[in-house]
Design a protein around this ligand. Structure first.
Ligand code: FES
Ligand SMILES: [Fe+2]
Length: 456
């Protein structure tokens, strides 16, 4: 009891997770305006956020803007193929210097009174300069305000906190695993956006456990695929067909999380002979499919990792959560990537990008932000449509007078607890050295993860 009291006093945030019951999430965290305000002040300005894919700004001096909460950040591609960022507000009277995306070879000119800035954000000219008092034109004080920006995994990332650990450190251990999978050679193929009438954490938590799959996505439960390996009547042919059916469902249902090219490769292998022993049969199928996917991509000149080597190292995972708002869901050669942004206490912008590997030199046009569809838009592929059909109902249900807290399965929904309690660490203003281990506990493979001791 004393320990619980002590821990409670360390996190004095209203609606904080109760350390005595880390498997319960107070409902107010998903709609209370003060709680949301605290997140806006203590979480979002202190974390790394995925600002754009690099293919949105492929050439030096290409720029795009990234909006979150009431902030707008300009991200510019540099000559060395890195990226730099600054706050989107003219130092004269605050007008946003640009909107949308474009190229800024000659820098930026404010549309109001014409102040000019270089592509690096440095002030390059003040119109009618002599009319200003000297103290308002101190050279260091009239550049666009710089924002930390790092490039990793095919994207540019920003962080408003000068004291936050470097990006890669923040994303470990996911960062190393995704690098081994060659995440940096993926490119955007499709981009969708959803405007969901739910809290941003509720949206995230709809995708981080497998518990909902049986009820919500019954098409993904294919009995012969999950048959017991000691099953005496294991049927290798039925197993192959079931796995192909699953890959197809993931491909069609997710607009390419399992890329159609990889499904076609799997279909080409459907007649291979497998050993009679079920465990060996599954291992052989997996190895053969990995090899075939790799050769298919190598033959057309794409950069593809050694999937069997990743399997052997136990890091060929299908889900990474880079705290707080970015997911990568790899399958064979390709992946889906999710990004979540709050638009208010009960509204979220969720983006889904399908990423794949293209042969070197096979340049695609710049992807541009899509129109955001509603949760019930008939154009959603089956899998997100199923998740989105639950989410608004859940947000509504949380308001019920008699509902106090979510009760989590400690065995299947530990990630939700770890994620929420890491957020509490931010809201309590804990230092980064305490937050980093907690965040790392969140970053890798959420499914079936136990509730972790986060150290606070
Ligand atoms: S506000 Fe930008 S030049 Fe006046
Ligand atoms: Fe789902």
């Amino acid at each position: 009891m004393a320990i619980v009291e002590k821990k409670r006093s360390a996190l004095p945030t209203p609606y904080a997770m109760d350390p005595g019951f880390p498997d319960r999430v107070p409902k107010e965290r998903y709609f209370d305006p003060d709680f949301y305000e605290l997140e806006c002040e203590q979480l979002w300005p202190r974390v790394w956020q995925m600002a754009c894919r690099l293919e949105e700004i492929p050439e030096a001096n290409d720029f795009t803007t990234y909006e979150f909460l009431d902030q707008s950040i300009v991200v510019v591609r540099t000559e060395d193929m890195g990226a730099t960022a600054f706050q989107n507000a003219c130092r004269h009277r605050g007008v946003q210097i640009v909107q949308g995306q474009g190229t800024c070879e000659r820098g930026f000119q404010c549309p109001f009174h014409g102040w000019r800035y270089g592509p690096d954000g440095m002030n390059a000219g003040v119109t009618q300069k002599r009319t200003f008092a000297e103290h308002n034109l101190a050279p260091d004080d009239i550049n666009l305000v710089p924002v930390r920006c790092e490039v990793w995994g095919g994207s540019a990332w920003i962080n408003l906190d000068p004291d936050a650990p470097p990006l890669r450190e923040s994303f470990e251990p996911a960062a190393s695993m995704l690098e081994a999978w060659k995440i940096e050679s993926l490119r955007t193929e499709l981009w969708f956006a959803a405007r969901l009438p739910v809290n941003w954490k509720l949206a995230i938590e709809a995708f981080v456990e497998m518990y909902h799959v049986v009820q919500t996505h019954p098409q993904l439960i294919i009995p012969t695929r999950f048959g017991k390996t000691d099953d005496a009547d294991f049927d290798a042919r039925a197993f192959i067909e079931a796995d192909i059916q699953y890959l197809r469902a993931m491909s069609e249902g997710m607009a390419g999380m399992c890329h159609a090219n990889d499904v076609a490769v799997a279909e080409g292998l459907r007649d291979i002979e497998l050993p009679a022993d079920p465990t060996e049969a599954k291992a052989t199928w997996n190895r053969t499919l990995n090899d075939a996917v790799m050769s298919w991509h190598q033959n057309r000149g794409s950069d593809v990792p050694d999937l069997n080597d990743l399997d052997a190292r136990g890091i060929n995972l299908t889900f990474f959560h880079c705290f707080p708002h970015y997911f990568v869901l790899p399958m064979y050669s390709s992946a889906s990537q999710y990004r979540f942004r709050p638009l208010g206490p009960e509204e979220t912008l969720m983006e889904i990008m399908s990423l794949t590997r293209f042969p070197e030199g096979d340049e695609r046009g710049k992807p541009t932000a899509p129109e955001a569809w509603g949760a019930d838009d008939p154009r959603w592929p089956p899998i997100p449509a199923q998740d989105f059909s639950n989410l608004p109902r859940q947000q509504q249900g949380l308001h019920a007078k008699g509902f106090e807290y979510m009760r989590l399965s400690a065995g299947l929904e530990g990630h939700v607890s770890n994620f929420e309690r890491t957020i509490d660490g931010y809201l309590a203003g804990l230092p980064h050295e305490q937050l980093l281990p907690a965040q790392r506990a969140v970053n890798v493979y959420p499914f079936d993860k136990p509730i972790a001791d986060l150290g606070f």
